[in-house]
Design a binder for this molecule. Structure first.
Ligand code: SER
Length: 314
């Protein structure tokens, strides 16, 4: 077992649910403290209720357990953020500020904070989007992630804070549902395909977006946190890529297993968000600096999702 005591803020979300399990497998259950804004009676290890806007409460839990690493996963995603811009800004920015400050004060050693393909915008080159390129996001979520990236780099350069970050593509998983994102269709479509045999997509048939299966995303997260500090050359956030597809292409793959599956298209306000994001991502730097390599292809992901969801829904 590895040493370190880890606090995961936002452990009840789509990423947190699976990251907690993976971290507890590597570090031991008692070494990984799960936390979210609501009580969780299903959690099998240490659990604390924390609102990430309550700085004193975060500090109290860090000190209580002598935490050495923090993963800050609580955030408001792109679609919900457009509806509640002030709340999104407050939640996404203040929580990061608090944690970066506590890391600067050496209350703990290492911070993980997720960024997103949402830092890119309509003026960004959309195919094989490079690490260093135009970032003019047009969503509040994207603006908060871009500002967050700049903050992370500033805290590293000025104060030596060991903060690490990945620009996740859309994440697909069967354990916990995503909430309020533009890429959420790529999860919901599986549930509806199994339950009803049809799905109405809020993105158009040809909307291509970069995506990743959760086991790859969890592995990437743990790998970047495990890498020697000197290998982490980018202290804003790393591009990360696995595969890209459109709703029509995903439906085609699902039809290999559910031949009568039908999809209808009814784009809503999220179409404009998706249209402002890249279609594919160049992740050369992550591969070079800390050895990133995705394992799941689109067909492998679809098979695994359907196998697991069918078991779950039975
Ligand atoms: N998947 C997120 C969203 O759609 C992007 O980070 O908002």
């Amino acid at each position: 077992m590895k040493k370190d005591t880890i606090l995961v803020l936002g452990s009840g979300g789509q990423i947190g649910t699976e990251l907690i399990t993976a971290l507890r497998n590597s570090y031991g259950t008692s070494q990984v403290i799960a936390s979210d804004i609501k009580p969780n009676t299903n959690d099998t290890g240490p659990y604390e209720i924390i609102n990430v806007l309550d700085k004193a409460r975060i500090a109290e839990v860090i000190d209580k357990y002598k935490v050495t690493q923090v993963y800050l996963l609580a955030a408001m995603l792109s679609a919900t953020g457009e509806k509640f811009p002030e709340k999104a800004w407050e939640l996404n920015m203040n929580s990061l500020f608090y944690l970066l400050d506590m890391a600067r004060e050496k209350r703990f050693d290492k911070l993980y904070w997720p960024s997103s393909i949402a830092v890119f915008g309509p003026t960004t080159p959309r195919i094989e989007t490079p690490q260093h390129t135009i970032t003019e996001p047009t969503t509040i979520y994207g603006i908060s992630k871009l500002a967050g990236e700049r903050l992370c780099e500033w805290y590293f350069l000025k104060h030596g804070v060991d903060v690490r970050s990945i620009r996740y593509p859309g994440l697909i998983s069967y354990t916990a549902p995503p909430g309020g994102g533009t890429t959420d269709y790529a999860v919901d479509i599986f549930h509806q395909a199994i339950k009803n045999g049809f799905y109405t997509s809020f993105l158009s048939a040809g909307t291509r977006l970069p995506m990743m299966y959760m086991p790859d995303a969890i592995r990437a997260t743990m790998e970047i946190m495990d890498a020697p500090a000197e290998n982490i050359k980018i202290r804003s956030s790393y591009n990360l890529s696995a595969f890209s597809f459109t709703p029509a292409e995903l439906a085609h793959e699902i039809r290999q297993y559910i031949p009568d599956f039908q999809v209808f298209y009814k784009p809503d306000f999220r179409q404009q968000i998706a249209d402002s994001w890249p279609q594919s991502i160049d992740d050369t730097e992550a591969r070079k600096d800390w050895g990133w390599k995705p394992q799941y292809t689109l067909p492998a992901m679809v098979k695994d999702m359907l196998d697991n969801l069918k078991k779950q829904l039975k």
